[in-house]
Every structure is written in structure tokens, then in C-alpha cells.
Ligand binder design. Structure first.
Ligand code: DLL
Length: 419
């Protein structure tokens, strides 16, 4: 066994030992005769361990999967589920420090330093975005502006007054800020903005180009989820060749049947935490679709790299039996001129057939066009979507600024089939 594999195995054994202090995991591991960490002697042994899902977290709501007594837990975060109770995660002081170091490392690899002024426009609170970036930024020694999401005019004013160099928020909010900047009439050269750290929702390469161009910055993708830790599980370096997964997380990719996928094949990302105290997770199913590669990046980092998360399994729409992801629609819209990357998908059942309507904003120039030209634009968008998704859709062009803007994670799907 290579030295790296030995270290990895030791790390995984530590996590197994830790989860074995939790009755729920004890029972599940006893079912496959794993009673102690030493029962795991290879990565193959590890891959026999059961997967953990959001459902397991719900069953143990709120603190049932904590591996430390309450007096050692210093912070809680939670992610709001679509139904019922949120999933709750806890951190010891060690976990908070580890997380801050991980985020700081990610920011450093993106060329961000203590010379920067980081405006954190992710929400603060139970959501991990704001505080996760905040602590990392402080460890880095950057000037940290904890503005949180929303209050767009104030964001722009302070961006100008404080000389913000790095903006951290969701890509959809970055686009909204860019649009508001154009409206406010603040010229780009009145700002010192040079980079953006965007994540918390799927976004496409086309959206990156749009944001980079409109804000005049270099955009970096940052990924994470509260169940694993929060932002920083992986992040792009300046090479932009995928997101480097921090070494405190062991990634696997599984196919729809739960079998491991070979390197480079797309599937569901599953993550095991290494060295996390309060809330260790074993083989957590993220429901995020991506691919993995192992190797050395030209930035010098060696380890696992993942592609941008193109979609969540949960966001997949099944339209007349065909799988469609919102990111495919985004890709299509961004490749056609004359429309804005603001869209909404409305799914309905008409008779016994599913129907997908894509509402897209026309830009202000096209808006004043003749009806005939607008009709031609509509057909172009429709054709492009149909080429990419393989299903027929209805496209409805809507007025500029009529689709609600997002200050956090964008909501792009209205599925009227679900009650
Ligand atoms: O969104 C943590 C985060 C905050 C990441 C700020 C990056 C920046 P949750 O609210 O638990 O945590 O949501 C996690 O968001 O499973 C993905 O589906 C999605 N997601 C997060 N980052 C990305 C990204 C935070 N860069 C869920 N690309 C995850 C695509 C992302 N999807």
C-alpha cells in the first residue's frame, strides 16, 4: 500500500472509530459485523460501509448523530429542507478552526490574500455560507466585510467606499448585483473589484462568463454543504481546471445503483469527513452530480479534483419520461443572444402530458423590437433548448426585470404537478 493510501486509511479508520461512538451508526455497522475501526483494513472494506443520507439525519433530529457532548459543541448550523424539519449540524472549537483553515486555503489558492477586502454577501445565520466564508477570510487576514445578503444598493455603495476587491455570494446574486450596478450608473473603474467567490447553487460556464464580463472580475467556484461542513469542501484554484477537494474529505462517485464509478464518470458525489469531531459523516450522499479526477494540478496541488456540480439529483425534472436539468436550460439560454440569463421553469400536467414552459426575459434592446423579430427570437430560444434537452418545450418571452431576482439561492422551478 502506498504511503498516501495508508494515511487515507488511517484517516477513514479514525472517522469509523468516531461514528462508532454514536448508537445509530453502531447499530448500522453491527449489521455488517463492523464493531471497531480495525475491521476496516482496506479501501474495499471501507466501500462496504453503509451510505448515510439526509433521511438518516432527519431520523436523528436534532442532535442524534453528534459524536460529542453538548458542552463541547460551540456552534450549530442547519439547512432548511424542502419539507419539515431542517438538518442540524454541530461544530466543536476544533471543527470551527479546521473549517476556517480549509476555507482560507481555498481562498489562497484562488490568489486571494491579506491585501484583499472581502465583501461577504452570503446570508449569515443558520446557513453556513456567511459564517463559513467569514472565518476563512479572517484566518487569511483579509479585511472582512460581513454585510450578508440583500440590501443591494447598500452593497454597491459600500463596495465602492470600502474598496472591495473580492465579492463572495451566490452566482445569481452576483448577476443581480451586476445588473443593479449598471442601473445605478457606477462605472466599473470606480470599483476595485477583481475576484468573485461564488457557489451554494449550480451555475453554468455561460453564467460564469456573463458575470465575469459584467462585473469585470475573475470568478471562482466554491462548493460545500452543511452536512459535510459548509463552503470550502472544494474550490477552484487560479487554473480553473475543476474544484480541488480539501484533503479532509474523502470523495467517491456512485452510480444510480450505488456502485462506485470509475474516475471521470459522472455520478453522485459521496463524501466522508476526516478529522471532524462533533458531526463526523460516513459516506454521505450529497445528491450532487459530478465527476472526479485524481492528480497534480499545475497550481501544485495534488489530490482529488471535481468538476463543477452540474445539477442536484433532486432538481432533475422528468418531463414525459425524459430527464431535464435546469442547468441545461441555462446553458441554452446563455448561448442565444437577445435574452437575459433570468429564467423560470414552470411544469404542468395538461391532460395526461407534462408540459414545460420556459419563461425567459428579453433584454431591453430586444424588448422594443417588432413582434415579428420577437417571435423569431422566441423560436431561436426554443430550438436551442430542444437541441440541448431533447424535449419540446414552450418558451414564453417576458419583460425585462419581471422574473424575481435572488439574494441567495435562486428558485428557478415551479412544479405545479406537485400539489
Ligand atoms: O450551500 C454551502 C455553501 C455556501 C457552499 C456558500 C458554497 C458557498 P447547503 O445550504 O447545505 O450549503 O447546500 C448545499 O448546495 O449539496 C449543492 O447542491 C449546492 N451547492 C453548493 N455549492 C455549489 C456549487 C451550502 N459551487 C447544496 N455548485 C449542495 C453547485 C452547489 N451546487
Amino acid at each position: 500500500m502506498k504511503q498516501e493510501e495508508k494515511w487515507l486509511l488511517q484517516g477513514l479508520q479514525k472517522t469509523v472509530a468516531r461514528v462508532l461512538t454514536i448508537p445509530y451508526y453502531q447499530e448500522r455497522l453491527a449489521d455488517i459485523e463492523i464493531k471497531q475501526a480495525g475491521d476496516i483494513q482496506s479501501l474495499e472494506d471501507f466501500q462496504r460501509l453503509p451510505l448515510t443520507s439526509k433521511e438518516d439525519l432527519r431520523l436523528n433530529y436534532p442532535f442524534g448523530l453528534f459524536a460529542e457532548p453538548q458542552e463541547k459543541i460551540v456552534r450549530l448550523h442547519a439547512s432548511s429542507g424542502t419539507t419539515g424539519k431542517p438538518t442540524v449540524v454541530g461544530y466543536t472549537q476544533h471543527d470551527i478552526e479546521l473549517w476556517a483553515d480549509i476555507v482560507a486555503d481555498g481562498l489562497r489558492r484562488a490568489g486571494i490574500s491579506n491585501q484583499d477586502v472581502i465583501q461577504i454577501a452570503y446570508g449569515y445565520g443558520l446557513f453556513t455560507g456567511g459564517m463559513g466564508l467569514h472565518y476563512g477570510s479572517e484566518v487569511l487576514g483579509a479585511l472582512t466585510v460581513p454585510i450578508s445578503g440583500g440590501n443591494t444598493q447598500r452593497q454597491l455603495m459600500l463596495m465602492q467606499d470600502f474598496g472591495t476587491t473580492v465579492l463572495a455570494c451566490t452566482p445569481s446574486y452576483a448577476l443581480f448585483l451586476a445588473e443593479s450596478l449598471e442601473e445605478t450608473g457606477i462605472a466599473r473603474n470606480e470599483l476595485r473589484l477583481r475576484k468573485g467567490v461564488f457557489g451554494a447553487e449550480p451555475w453554468t460556464e455561460g453564467m460564469r462568463e456573463e458575470i465575469e464580463q459584467r462585473l469585470g472580475i475573475e470568478a471562482y467556484d466554491i462548493y460545500g454543504l452543511s452536512e459535510i461542513m459548509g463552503p470550502g469542501v472544494s474550490m477552484e484554484c487560479s487554473e480553473h481546471q475543476g474544484l480541488h477537494i480539501d484533503e479532509h474529505f474523502y470523495p467517491e462517485i456512485l452510480d444510480a445503483e450505488g456502485k462506485p464509478c470509475p474516475e471521470g464518470v459522472k455520478g453522485e458525489l459521496v463524501i466522508t469527513s476526516i478529522d471532524k469531531e462533533a458531526f463526523p459523516v460516513l459516506r454521505y450522499r450529497t445528491k450532487d452530480l459530478t465527476t472526479l479526477r485524481y492528480g497534480k494540478c499545475s497550481c501544485g496541488h495534488t489530490g482529488w479534483t471535481m468538476d463543477r456540480v452540474s445539477a442536484r439529483v433532486d432538481d432533475m425534472l422528468i418531463i414525459r419520461g425524459v430527464n431535464v436539468f435546469p442547468s441545461q436550460i441555462e446553458e441554452a439560454i446563455l448561448s442565444v443572444g437577445g435574452v437575459e440569463p433570468h429564467y423560470m421553469l414552470v411544469v404542468e400536467r395538461v391532460g395526461s402530458l407534462d408540459q414545460l414552459e420556459v419563461q425567459v426575459e428579453v433584454n431591453s434592446r430586444s424588448f422594443v423590437d417588432e413582434v415579428r423579430e420577437l417571435e423569431a427570437l422566441q423560436s431561436r430560444v426554443q430550438r436551442r433548448i430542444e437541441e440541448i434537452t431533447g424535449i419540446s418545450v414552450r418558451v414564453r418571452l417576458v419583460e425585462p426585470k419581471s422574473i424575481p431576482r435572488s439574494e441567495g439561492k435562486a428558485k428557478r422551478v415551479l412544479d405545479k404537478r406537485k400539489g
